[in-house]
Design a protein around this ligand. Structure first.
Ligand code: ARG
Length: 466
Protein backbone atom coordinates (compact mmCIF):
# COMPACT_ATOMS: atom_id res chain seq x y z
CA UNK A 1 0.00 0.00 0.00
CA UNK A 2 1.41 3.36 -0.89
CA UNK A 3 1.57 6.34 1.44
CA UNK A 4 -1.63 7.82 -0.02
CA UNK A 5 -3.46 4.51 0.33
CA UNK A 6 -2.73 4.66 4.07
CA UNK A 7 -5.96 5.79 5.69
CA UNK A 8 -3.79 7.38 8.36
CA UNK A 9 -6.76 7.72 10.68
CA UNK A 10 -4.68 6.62 13.66
CA UNK A 11 -3.47 9.22 16.11
CA UNK A 12 -0.04 7.63 15.73
CA UNK A 13 -0.40 7.17 11.96
CA UNK A 14 2.44 9.48 10.90
CA UNK A 15 5.14 6.81 10.93
CA UNK A 16 3.08 4.20 9.10
CA UNK A 17 2.74 3.55 5.39
CA UNK A 18 -0.01 0.94 5.37
CA UNK A 19 -3.21 0.49 7.30
CA UNK A 20 -3.40 -1.82 10.25
CA UNK A 21 -4.38 -5.38 9.48
CA UNK A 22 -8.02 -5.87 10.35
CA UNK A 23 -7.29 -8.74 12.69
CA UNK A 24 -4.47 -6.83 14.38
CA UNK A 25 -6.75 -3.88 14.87
CA UNK A 26 -9.30 -6.04 16.63
CA UNK A 27 -6.67 -8.04 18.49
CA UNK A 28 -4.86 -5.03 19.91
CA UNK A 29 -7.89 -2.89 20.69
CA UNK A 30 -9.08 -2.54 24.26
CA UNK A 31 -11.87 -0.01 23.86
CA UNK A 32 -14.61 -2.60 24.20
CA UNK A 33 -13.62 -3.10 27.81
CA UNK A 34 -11.54 -0.07 28.84
CA UNK A 35 -14.29 2.36 27.83
CA UNK A 36 -15.61 1.91 31.31
CA UNK A 37 -12.65 4.01 32.49
CA UNK A 38 -13.95 7.05 30.59
CA UNK A 39 -14.78 9.10 33.68
CA UNK A 40 -11.32 8.67 35.17
CA UNK A 41 -9.69 9.26 31.80
CA UNK A 42 -11.49 12.58 31.46
CA UNK A 43 -10.79 13.54 35.05
CA UNK A 44 -7.07 12.81 34.49
CA UNK A 45 -7.02 14.73 31.22
CA UNK A 46 -8.63 17.80 32.76
CA UNK A 47 -6.12 17.75 35.62
CA UNK A 48 -3.25 17.37 33.16
CA UNK A 49 -4.49 20.25 30.99
CA UNK A 50 -5.08 22.46 34.02
CA UNK A 51 -1.52 21.81 35.10
CA UNK A 52 -0.21 22.59 31.59
CA UNK A 53 -2.02 25.93 31.79
CA UNK A 54 -0.62 26.61 35.25
CA UNK A 55 2.96 26.11 34.04
CA UNK A 56 2.34 28.12 30.88
CA UNK A 57 2.44 25.30 28.29
CA UNK A 58 -1.22 25.95 27.45
CA UNK A 59 -2.99 29.27 27.60
CA UNK A 60 -5.92 29.65 29.97
CA UNK A 61 -8.24 29.93 26.98
CA UNK A 62 -6.90 26.70 25.54
CA UNK A 63 -7.39 24.96 28.86
CA UNK A 64 -10.96 26.26 29.08
CA UNK A 65 -11.73 24.90 25.61
CA UNK A 66 -10.17 21.53 26.34
CA UNK A 67 -11.88 21.19 29.65
CA UNK A 68 -15.36 22.10 28.44
CA UNK A 69 -14.86 19.87 25.39
CA UNK A 70 -14.01 16.94 27.66
CA UNK A 71 -17.00 17.64 29.87
CA UNK A 72 -19.28 17.66 26.84
CA UNK A 73 -17.79 14.34 25.75
CA UNK A 74 -18.49 12.91 29.19
CA UNK A 75 -22.10 14.05 28.90
CA UNK A 76 -22.34 12.37 25.47
CA UNK A 77 -20.94 9.13 26.83
CA UNK A 78 -23.32 9.20 29.76
CA UNK A 79 -26.33 9.78 27.56
CA UNK A 80 -25.21 7.01 25.21
CA UNK A 81 -24.53 9.40 22.34
CA UNK A 82 -20.84 8.64 22.00
CA UNK A 83 -19.65 6.52 19.14
CA UNK A 84 -16.87 4.20 20.33
CA UNK A 85 -14.56 3.22 17.49
CA UNK A 86 -12.45 0.06 17.67
CA UNK A 87 -10.21 1.60 15.04
CA UNK A 88 -9.20 4.13 17.65
CA UNK A 89 -7.97 1.28 19.84
CA UNK A 90 -8.70 2.37 23.36
CA UNK A 91 -10.63 4.71 25.60
CA UNK A 92 -7.81 7.24 25.61
CA UNK A 93 -7.58 7.69 21.86
CA UNK A 94 -11.33 7.57 21.37
CA UNK A 95 -11.76 10.46 23.75
CA UNK A 96 -8.80 12.42 22.43
CA UNK A 97 -9.97 12.04 18.83
CA UNK A 98 -13.49 13.12 19.81
CA UNK A 99 -12.04 16.15 21.56
CA UNK A 100 -10.20 17.33 18.47
CA UNK A 101 -13.26 16.67 16.37
CA UNK A 102 -15.32 18.75 18.76
CA UNK A 103 -13.02 21.70 19.54
CA UNK A 104 -10.62 21.63 16.63
CA UNK A 105 -6.83 21.81 16.65
CA UNK A 106 -6.57 22.88 20.29
CA UNK A 107 -7.60 19.33 21.14
CA UNK A 108 -4.31 18.14 19.65
CA UNK A 109 -2.43 19.94 22.41
CA UNK A 110 -3.90 17.87 25.23
CA UNK A 111 -1.37 15.08 24.88
CA UNK A 112 1.61 17.44 25.39
CA UNK A 113 3.98 16.09 28.05
CA UNK A 114 1.97 12.94 28.53
CA UNK A 115 1.76 9.40 27.18
CA UNK A 116 -0.96 6.80 27.20
CA UNK A 117 1.36 4.92 29.51
CA UNK A 118 1.11 7.33 32.42
CA UNK A 119 -2.45 8.11 31.37
CA UNK A 120 -3.67 4.54 31.69
CA UNK A 121 -1.76 4.03 34.92
CA UNK A 122 -3.53 7.11 36.30
CA UNK A 123 -6.94 5.95 35.07
CA UNK A 124 -6.62 2.54 36.68
CA UNK A 125 -5.46 3.98 39.97
CA UNK A 126 -8.43 6.36 40.03
CA UNK A 127 -10.77 3.51 39.16
CA UNK A 128 -9.30 1.14 41.74
CA UNK A 129 -9.42 3.82 44.41
CA UNK A 130 -13.12 4.46 43.76
CA UNK A 131 -13.85 0.73 43.74
CA UNK A 132 -11.97 0.19 47.00
CA UNK A 133 -14.17 2.82 48.60
CA UNK A 134 -17.30 1.09 47.34
CA UNK A 135 -16.16 -2.36 48.47
CA UNK A 136 -15.11 -1.02 51.87
CA UNK A 137 -18.57 0.51 52.33
CA UNK A 138 -20.16 -2.81 51.39
CA UNK A 139 -18.00 -4.69 53.89
CA UNK A 140 -18.98 -2.17 56.52
CA UNK A 141 -22.65 -2.78 55.77
CA UNK A 142 -22.27 -6.54 55.92
CA UNK A 143 -20.39 -6.29 59.20
CA UNK A 144 -23.21 -4.22 60.68
CA UNK A 145 -25.73 -6.83 59.52
CA UNK A 146 -23.69 -9.58 61.15
CA UNK A 147 -23.63 -7.67 64.42
CA UNK A 148 -27.43 -7.50 64.39
CA UNK A 149 -27.67 -11.26 63.91
CA UNK A 150 -24.98 -11.82 66.56
CA UNK A 151 -26.88 -9.76 69.09
CA UNK A 152 -30.22 -11.38 68.32
CA UNK A 153 -28.74 -14.88 68.53
CA UNK A 154 -26.31 -14.41 71.41
CA UNK A 155 -28.14 -17.04 73.48
CA UNK A 156 -28.75 -19.44 70.60
CA UNK A 157 -26.67 -22.58 71.00
CA UNK A 158 -25.30 -24.70 68.21
CA UNK A 159 -22.60 -27.34 68.16
CA UNK A 160 -19.20 -25.83 67.53
CA UNK A 161 -17.16 -28.12 65.31
CA UNK A 162 -13.59 -29.12 64.82
CA UNK A 163 -12.99 -31.60 62.00
CA UNK A 164 -16.71 -31.06 61.37
CA UNK A 165 -17.31 -33.29 64.42
CA UNK A 166 -19.26 -31.90 67.35
CA UNK A 167 -16.73 -30.28 69.66
CA UNK A 168 -18.21 -27.84 72.19
CA UNK A 169 -21.40 -25.80 72.40
CA UNK A 170 -21.06 -22.28 71.05
CA UNK A 171 -23.35 -19.32 70.69
CA UNK A 172 -24.65 -18.69 67.18
CA UNK A 173 -23.93 -15.02 67.83
CA UNK A 174 -20.34 -15.94 68.59
CA UNK A 175 -20.16 -17.75 65.27
CA UNK A 176 -21.40 -14.63 63.48
CA UNK A 177 -18.75 -12.61 65.28
CA UNK A 178 -16.08 -14.93 63.87
CA UNK A 179 -17.28 -13.97 60.41
CA UNK A 180 -17.26 -10.33 61.50
CA UNK A 181 -13.58 -10.57 62.46
CA UNK A 182 -12.62 -12.06 59.09
CA UNK A 183 -14.33 -9.16 57.36
CA UNK A 184 -12.69 -6.73 59.70
CA UNK A 185 -9.27 -7.85 58.56
CA UNK A 186 -10.51 -7.62 54.97
CA UNK A 187 -11.54 -4.03 55.56
CA UNK A 188 -8.15 -3.16 57.06
CA UNK A 189 -6.37 -4.82 54.15
CA UNK A 190 -8.33 -2.73 51.65
CA UNK A 191 -7.47 0.48 53.46
CA UNK A 192 -3.84 -0.50 53.55
CA UNK A 193 -3.83 -1.33 49.85
CA UNK A 194 -5.49 2.02 49.16
CA UNK A 195 -2.40 3.85 50.44
CA UNK A 196 -0.31 2.36 47.67
CA UNK A 197 -3.05 2.86 45.08
CA UNK A 198 -3.43 6.51 45.89
CA UNK A 199 -0.27 7.85 44.25
CA UNK A 200 -0.11 9.75 41.00
CA UNK A 201 1.92 8.31 38.11
CA UNK A 202 0.94 11.25 35.90
CA UNK A 203 4.01 12.98 34.50
CA UNK A 204 6.03 9.80 34.01
CA UNK A 205 4.92 10.16 30.38
CA UNK A 206 6.05 7.23 28.22
CA UNK A 207 8.73 6.05 30.66
CA UNK A 208 11.40 8.69 31.19
CA UNK A 209 9.41 11.78 32.11
CA UNK A 210 8.98 14.80 29.88
CA UNK A 211 10.91 17.84 28.72
CA UNK A 212 8.06 20.17 29.69
CA UNK A 213 8.15 22.02 33.03
CA UNK A 214 5.34 19.94 34.53
CA UNK A 215 4.12 20.18 38.10
CA UNK A 216 3.45 16.64 39.29
CA UNK A 217 2.49 17.70 42.79
CA UNK A 218 -0.25 19.87 41.34
CA UNK A 219 -1.82 17.10 39.22
CA UNK A 220 -1.53 14.70 42.16
CA UNK A 221 -3.35 17.20 44.33
CA UNK A 222 -6.03 17.91 41.71
CA UNK A 223 -6.79 14.22 41.44
CA UNK A 224 -6.91 13.64 45.18
CA UNK A 225 -3.77 11.52 45.22
CA UNK A 226 -1.62 11.59 48.36
CA UNK A 227 1.57 12.27 46.36
CA UNK A 228 3.21 11.65 42.99
CA UNK A 229 4.98 8.31 42.47
CA UNK A 230 8.77 8.52 42.76
CA UNK A 231 10.22 6.94 39.62
CA UNK A 232 8.99 7.37 36.07
CA UNK A 233 9.94 3.86 34.90
CA UNK A 234 8.23 2.25 37.85
CA UNK A 235 5.23 4.56 37.50
CA UNK A 236 4.22 3.33 34.06
CA UNK A 237 4.99 -0.33 34.63
CA UNK A 238 3.78 -0.88 38.17
CA UNK A 239 0.59 -2.87 38.64
CA UNK A 240 1.43 -4.09 42.15
CA UNK A 241 -1.48 -2.10 43.49
CA UNK A 242 -3.87 -4.05 41.26
CA UNK A 243 -2.34 -7.32 42.38
CA UNK A 244 -2.64 -6.28 46.01
CA UNK A 245 -6.27 -5.46 45.48
CA UNK A 246 -6.81 -8.78 43.71
CA UNK A 247 -5.17 -10.55 46.66
CA UNK A 248 -7.36 -8.69 49.13
CA UNK A 249 -10.41 -9.49 46.98
CA UNK A 250 -9.44 -13.17 46.78
CA UNK A 251 -9.20 -13.33 50.53
CA UNK A 252 -12.60 -11.67 50.91
CA UNK A 253 -14.01 -14.21 48.46
CA UNK A 254 -12.30 -17.01 50.39
CA UNK A 255 -14.09 -15.80 53.48
CA UNK A 256 -17.43 -15.52 51.69
CA UNK A 257 -16.83 -19.00 50.30
CA UNK A 258 -16.30 -20.37 53.80
CA UNK A 259 -19.46 -18.63 55.02
CA UNK A 260 -21.28 -20.07 52.02
CA UNK A 261 -20.09 -23.58 52.73
CA UNK A 262 -21.56 -23.27 56.21
CA UNK A 263 -24.85 -21.88 54.91
CA UNK A 264 -25.08 -24.74 52.44
CA UNK A 265 -24.45 -27.29 55.19
CA UNK A 266 -26.80 -25.61 57.62
CA UNK A 267 -29.69 -25.51 55.15
CA UNK A 268 -29.38 -29.23 54.40
CA UNK A 269 -31.93 -31.64 55.86
CA UNK A 270 -29.07 -33.27 57.78
CA UNK A 271 -28.16 -30.11 59.72
CA UNK A 272 -31.34 -28.09 59.32
CA UNK A 273 -30.00 -25.22 61.45
CA UNK A 274 -31.17 -22.31 59.33
CA UNK A 275 -33.50 -21.39 56.58
CA UNK A 276 -32.79 -18.93 53.80
CA UNK A 277 -35.81 -17.00 52.59
CA UNK A 278 -37.35 -18.33 49.39
CA UNK A 279 -36.28 -15.27 47.46
CA UNK A 280 -32.63 -16.31 47.83
CA UNK A 281 -33.18 -19.90 46.75
CA UNK A 282 -34.19 -21.79 43.63
CA UNK A 283 -35.99 -25.02 42.94
CA UNK A 284 -35.25 -28.14 40.98
CA UNK A 285 -36.87 -28.87 37.64
CA UNK A 286 -37.35 -32.53 38.58
CA UNK A 287 -37.43 -32.84 42.38
CA UNK A 288 -40.45 -30.96 43.69
CA UNK A 289 -39.24 -30.92 47.32
CA UNK A 290 -36.01 -29.07 46.59
CA UNK A 291 -35.08 -25.63 47.77
CA UNK A 292 -31.51 -25.10 46.77
CA UNK A 293 -29.13 -22.56 48.34
CA UNK A 294 -27.91 -21.42 44.90
CA UNK A 295 -26.74 -18.02 46.01
CA UNK A 296 -24.22 -19.26 48.60
CA UNK A 297 -23.22 -22.08 46.26
CA UNK A 298 -22.51 -19.64 43.45
CA UNK A 299 -20.56 -17.36 45.75
CA UNK A 300 -18.47 -20.34 46.82
CA UNK A 301 -17.92 -21.06 43.13
CA UNK A 302 -17.09 -17.48 42.25
CA UNK A 303 -14.27 -17.44 44.78
CA UNK A 304 -12.37 -19.61 42.29
CA UNK A 305 -12.95 -17.07 39.58
CA UNK A 306 -11.60 -14.17 41.64
CA UNK A 307 -8.55 -16.11 42.80
CA UNK A 308 -8.04 -17.04 39.16
CA UNK A 309 -7.86 -13.35 38.30
CA UNK A 310 -5.24 -12.84 41.00
CA UNK A 311 -3.15 -15.57 39.41
CA UNK A 312 -3.70 -14.01 35.96
CA UNK A 313 -2.41 -10.67 37.18
CA UNK A 314 0.62 -12.15 38.90
CA UNK A 315 1.46 -14.15 35.81
CA UNK A 316 0.88 -11.13 33.61
CA UNK A 317 3.55 -9.20 35.46
CA UNK A 318 6.11 -11.86 36.24
CA UNK A 319 8.35 -11.57 33.18
CA UNK A 320 7.85 -7.99 32.14
CA UNK A 321 10.99 -5.93 31.64
CA UNK A 322 10.77 -2.24 32.46
CA UNK A 323 8.95 -0.13 31.54
CA UNK A 324 5.48 -0.25 29.93
CA UNK A 325 4.59 -3.26 27.81
CA UNK A 326 1.40 -3.92 25.92
CA UNK A 327 0.94 -6.96 28.14
CA UNK A 328 -0.41 -4.52 30.70
CA UNK A 329 -3.52 -4.03 28.66
CA UNK A 330 -4.46 -7.50 29.90
CA UNK A 331 -4.74 -6.19 33.45
CA UNK A 332 -8.17 -4.69 32.88
CA UNK A 333 -10.55 -7.55 32.25
CA UNK A 334 -9.46 -9.57 35.31
CA UNK A 335 -9.50 -6.44 37.41
CA UNK A 336 -12.96 -5.35 36.26
CA UNK A 337 -14.42 -8.82 36.58
CA UNK A 338 -13.01 -9.46 40.00
CA UNK A 339 -14.41 -6.20 41.30
CA UNK A 340 -17.81 -6.76 39.70
CA UNK A 341 -17.94 -10.27 41.13
CA UNK A 342 -16.83 -9.16 44.56
CA UNK A 343 -19.41 -6.37 44.73
CA UNK A 344 -22.21 -8.74 43.68
CA UNK A 345 -21.23 -11.29 46.28
CA UNK A 346 -21.01 -8.72 49.06
CA UNK A 347 -24.37 -7.35 48.01
CA UNK A 348 -25.85 -10.85 48.15
CA UNK A 349 -24.52 -11.37 51.66
CA UNK A 350 -25.74 -8.03 52.96
CA UNK A 351 -29.20 -8.81 51.63
CA UNK A 352 -29.27 -12.38 52.90
CA UNK A 353 -27.98 -11.87 56.43
CA UNK A 354 -30.84 -9.87 57.95
CA UNK A 355 -33.26 -12.44 56.48
CA UNK A 356 -31.50 -15.47 57.95
CA UNK A 357 -33.92 -17.66 59.92
CA UNK A 358 -32.34 -19.57 62.79
CA UNK A 359 -33.94 -22.90 63.73
CA UNK A 360 -32.94 -22.66 67.37
CA UNK A 361 -34.54 -25.93 68.50
CA UNK A 362 -32.75 -27.92 65.83
CA UNK A 363 -29.41 -26.37 66.71
CA UNK A 364 -30.06 -27.16 70.32
CA UNK A 365 -30.95 -30.81 69.78
CA UNK A 366 -27.94 -31.24 67.50
CA UNK A 367 -25.73 -29.88 70.27
CA UNK A 368 -27.22 -32.36 72.73
CA UNK A 369 -26.29 -35.23 70.47
CA UNK A 370 -22.54 -35.06 70.19
CA UNK A 371 -21.24 -35.10 73.80
CA UNK A 372 -20.41 -31.44 73.41
CA UNK A 373 -20.03 -30.94 77.17
CA UNK A 374 -17.40 -33.65 77.68
CA UNK A 375 -14.66 -31.04 78.07
CA UNK A 376 -16.79 -29.31 80.70
CA UNK A 377 -16.90 -32.55 82.69
CA UNK A 378 -13.11 -32.86 82.44
CA UNK A 379 -12.69 -29.22 83.55
CA UNK A 380 -15.08 -29.95 86.45
CA UNK A 381 -12.84 -32.79 87.66
CA UNK A 382 -9.75 -30.60 87.32
CA UNK A 383 -11.40 -28.04 89.57
CA UNK A 384 -11.87 -30.90 92.08
CA UNK A 385 -8.11 -31.51 92.04
CA UNK A 386 -7.77 -34.16 89.30
CA UNK A 387 -4.92 -33.63 86.79
CA UNK A 388 -6.28 -32.70 83.35
CA UNK A 389 -4.85 -35.75 81.55
CA UNK A 390 -6.43 -38.07 84.13
CA UNK A 391 -9.72 -36.20 83.90
CA UNK A 392 -9.60 -36.54 80.10
CA UNK A 393 -9.21 -40.31 80.47
CA UNK A 394 -12.07 -40.59 82.97
CA UNK A 395 -14.45 -38.60 80.78
CA UNK A 396 -13.43 -40.65 77.74
CA UNK A 397 -14.68 -43.79 79.52
CA UNK A 398 -17.86 -42.00 80.57
CA UNK A 399 -18.52 -41.05 76.93
CA UNK A 400 -18.01 -44.64 75.79
CA UNK A 401 -20.50 -45.80 78.40
CA UNK A 402 -22.98 -43.09 77.45
CA UNK A 403 -22.73 -44.05 73.77
CA UNK A 404 -23.40 -47.69 74.71
CA UNK A 405 -26.43 -46.59 76.75
CA UNK A 406 -27.53 -44.25 73.96
CA UNK A 407 -27.66 -41.34 76.41
CA UNK A 408 -26.17 -37.88 76.70
CA UNK A 409 -23.71 -37.35 79.57
CA UNK A 410 -26.30 -35.25 81.37
CA UNK A 411 -28.73 -38.18 81.18
CA UNK A 412 -26.46 -40.53 83.15
CA UNK A 413 -27.42 -40.81 86.81
CA UNK A 414 -25.22 -39.37 89.53
CA UNK A 415 -24.27 -42.85 90.70
CA UNK A 416 -23.40 -43.87 87.11
CA UNK A 417 -21.14 -40.83 86.89
CA UNK A 418 -19.62 -41.48 90.30
CA UNK A 419 -18.66 -44.92 88.98
CA UNK A 420 -16.16 -43.08 86.75
CA UNK A 421 -14.81 -40.82 89.49
CA UNK A 422 -15.72 -40.64 93.15
CA UNK A 423 -15.30 -36.84 93.28
CA UNK A 424 -18.28 -36.25 91.00
CA UNK A 425 -21.13 -34.67 92.96
CA UNK A 426 -24.64 -33.36 92.34
CA UNK A 427 -23.29 -29.99 91.10
CA UNK A 428 -21.87 -31.79 88.02
CA UNK A 429 -25.23 -31.31 86.32
CA UNK A 430 -24.70 -27.54 86.27
CA UNK A 431 -21.71 -27.93 83.99
CA UNK A 432 -23.25 -30.65 81.84
CA UNK A 433 -26.03 -28.40 80.59
CA UNK A 434 -25.49 -26.49 77.37
CA UNK A 435 -26.14 -23.15 79.04
CA UNK A 436 -23.72 -24.01 81.84
CA UNK A 437 -21.07 -24.91 79.30
CA UNK A 438 -21.60 -21.70 77.35
CA UNK A 439 -21.79 -19.37 80.33
CA UNK A 440 -18.61 -20.84 81.80
CA UNK A 441 -16.54 -19.54 78.88
CA UNK A 442 -16.81 -16.07 80.21
CA UNK A 443 -13.66 -14.26 79.17
CA UNK A 444 -12.57 -11.94 76.39
CA UNK A 445 -13.16 -13.70 73.07
CA UNK A 446 -15.16 -16.50 74.72
CA UNK A 447 -18.59 -17.77 73.73
CA UNK A 448 -20.56 -16.87 76.88
CA UNK A 449 -23.58 -14.83 75.75
CA UNK A 450 -22.47 -12.05 78.09
CA UNK A 451 -19.16 -11.89 76.21
CA UNK A 452 -20.89 -12.09 72.85
CA UNK A 453 -23.05 -9.09 73.73
CA UNK A 454 -20.03 -7.16 74.98
CA UNK A 455 -18.17 -7.99 71.76
CA UNK A 456 -21.14 -6.80 69.71
CA UNK A 457 -21.12 -3.49 71.58
CA UNK A 458 -17.37 -3.03 71.11
CA UNK A 459 -17.62 -3.91 67.43
CA UNK A 460 -20.47 -1.47 66.91
CA UNK A 461 -18.33 1.29 68.37
CA UNK A 462 -15.52 0.26 66.10
CA UNK A 463 -17.78 0.62 63.05
CA UNK A 464 -18.93 4.01 64.35
CA UNK A 465 -15.35 5.24 64.59
CA UNK A 466 -14.57 4.43 60.94
N1 ARG B 1 -4.74 0.44 26.04
C1 ARG B 1 -3.45 0.51 26.62
C2 ARG B 1 -3.41 -0.25 27.94
O1 ARG B 1 -4.42 -0.57 28.40
C3 ARG B 1 -3.10 1.93 26.88
C4 ARG B 1 -1.66 2.22 26.86
C5 ARG B 1 -1.09 1.95 25.51
N2 ARG B 1 0.23 2.38 25.40
C6 ARG B 1 0.99 2.08 24.35
N3 ARG B 1 2.18 2.54 24.35
N4 ARG B 1 0.55 1.31 23.40
O2 ARG B 1 -2.37 -0.53 28.49
Amino acid sequence: MSQDENDNSKLWGGRFSESTDEFVERFTASVNFDKRLYRYDIQGSIAHARMLAKVGVLSDAEFAQISSGLEAIQADIESDKFNWDVGLEDVHMNIEAALTQRIGDVGKKLHTGRSRNDQVATDIRLYVRAEIDKVAAQIDELQAALLDVAEREAETILPGFTHLQTAQPVSFGHHMLAWFEMLDRDYQRLLDCRKRVNLSPLGAAALAGTTFPIDRNYTAELLGFDAPTANSLDSVSDRDFAIELAAAASLIMTHLSRFSEELVLWTSAQFDFIELPDRFCTGSSIMPQKKNPDVPELIRGKSGRVTGHLVSLLTLMKSQPLAYNKDNQEDKEPLFDLLDTLKDCLYAYSSMMPALICKRENMRSATLKGYATATDLADYLVKKGVAFRDAHEVVGSAVVAAIAANKDLAELSLSDLQGFHADIAEDVFDVLTLEGSLNARDHLGGTAPRQVKAAVARSREKLQRR
